[in-house]
Design a protein around this ligand. Structure first.
Ligand code: SAM
Length: 432
């Protein structure tokens, strides 16, 4: 028998149903490479095998990562208090749009609507809930979740909704939506901006290209893996990348890798253009541009996750791996401000705050006190509630998520979620 290297447990795992489509997309190009943004769009959004298009996508503890609405409904209850204030600031209109973009399992909308129905029936009667997502499987699952909780909402594909002429009066809210949109990967070399492309590891690398900055998995020794992917560096695919940094008046550190979320900036621009009067509340991992592109940040913020663990190679197991990054909050705010001039109502942006601060000033300590007062009746429940509060405000985890608040044609000053703890509680210090 021919002498072969030892068998490789990783081989089957590397070959996902989507891998073939990625290789076909690479082979269909003249340069035999696609931008990382094109790769990420396929990996997350391919109509059949993309991470967010799969019928069997699991959320929360059973999925690959846990988002705040999956930790505990208190997250949605507290944000519903903010929604109520937005409705009041808009003059308590008889019809009020509550739009959630990238609604995941539907848990966030269910929690907000549950609170409004119980605590603010007048506002609830005015609310027209809309859930927008990127794939029919997600819409169907969200519809089933809302119906099971007794709510009727409009469910639509984001692109279809944005293409319609109707404008929104109300609140557009999202949690970890923008950080799931495709990014271009770039590196600055002196005065030049370069871009990273995805190519076949063995056949695709153009002569002279730099080695991939991302780790490969299980490729040491053995025969060459003809289907393996790598990153190769070349001139940018679009002038929009250099224009992005020119607009910001900064560049990443020399030799550092960075992400440019052109898709998230465009999405924010289109969402903001839909709003007649109201608020956009964006809850997402992110930084202001000066922090995102600080010269000390050498590896960017791109991360890959499977089963709650970071994965070293974002190119591995496409379609089974969640890919995410930290959004550029400065550019997201600018994209909204660009969408409407002061003469037609104007957009206003507030400096971003953290989730830990926002949930605290929206009433998390008071909710905990109420839970504590019932601890003797149901200690386990209280302990679970307290653990959830810690998780949602953990400054090294979900608590460091940022909140970007934008408003058009309505006051942003003093919005409940933007207050400092001192402003919200005065002398009465919150007890967390
Ligand atoms: C990280 S998940 C967050 C889900 C939910 N908001 C939560 O917090 O649990 C990202 C969400 O954005 C949706 N999404 C991703 N790409 C999208 C796109 N291009 N258009 C609309 N929705 C998209 C996904 O299907 C998913 O619902």
């Amino acid at each position: 028998m021919t002498a072969l290297p030892p068998d490789d447990f990783a081989l089957a795992a590397r070959s996902t149903p989507l891998a073939r489509f990625v290789l076909d997309a690479i082979d269909a190009t003249e340069a035999r490479r696609i931008t990382f943004a094109e790769f990420m769009a396929l990996a997350l959004g391919h109509p059949e095998h993309g991470y967010y298009s799969r019928a069997d996508l699991a959320w929360g503890a059973r999925g690959d990562y846990e988002t705040s609405p999956e930790v505990h409904p208190i997250f949605g209850y507290l944000w519903a208090r903010q929604v109520l204030e937005c409705w009041e600031r808009l003059g308590s209109p008889a019809r009020f749009d509550l739009v959630e973009v990238g609604a995941g399992s539907g848990a966030f909308s269910v929690a907000m609507l549950t609170w409004l129905r119980a605590r603010a029936p007048e506002c609830f009667a005015a609310v027209r809930p809309v859930l927008l997502d990127g794939h029919p499987h997600r819409l169907a699952a969200q519809r089933a979740t809302l119906e099971a909780a007794g709510f009727t909402a409009e469910h639509a594909l984001l692109d279809d909704s944005l293409a319609r002429p109707e404008r929104v009066t109300g609140v557009v809210i999202s949690n970890e939506f923008f950080d799931a949109l495709p990014v271009h990967l770039v590196t600055r070399r002196g005065d030049d901006l370069r871009e990273w492309y995805v190519a076949r590891a063995v056949l695709g690398s153009p002569p002279g290209s730099a080695p991939s900055p991302l780790a490969g998995e299980g490729r040491a020794g053995g025969p060459p893996d003809l289907d393996a992917l790598t990153l190769v560096e070349d001139t940018p695919s679009t002038p929009a990348l250099a224009e992005h940094f020119a607009r910001l008046g900064m560049l990443p550190g020399d030799g550092a890798r960075a992400e440019v979320g052109l898709a998230s900036i465009e999405a924010m621009h289109r969402i903001a253009a839909k709003i007649e009067r109201g608020y956009v509340l964006t809850i997402d991992y992110g930084y202001e541009a000066r922090d995102l592109y600080a010269s000390w940040r050498r590896e960017g913020t791109l991360m890959a996750f499977r089963a709650h663990s970071p994965v070293p190679d974002p190119l591995s197991e496409p379609g089974r791996t969640d890919l995410t990054y930290h959004v550029d909050l400065t550019s997201l705010a600018a994209a909204a401000l660009d969408a409407g001039s002061d003469s037609d109502g104007g957009w206003h942006a507030a400096p971003p705050t953290s989730q830990a601060e926002a949930l605290t000033v929206l009433g998390l300590p008071d909710a905990l006190r109420a839970a504590e007062s019932r601890a003797a009746e149901d200690a386990l429940r209280f302990l679970g509630d307290r653990r959830a509060a810690d998780t949602l405000t953990d400054p090294t985890g979900l608590g460091r998520i940022r909140v970007l608040a934008l408003a058009r044609g309505v006051d942003l000053d003093g919005l409940a979620c933007l207050r400092t703890v001192g402003e919200a509680y005065g002398e009465r210090a919150p007890r967390a």
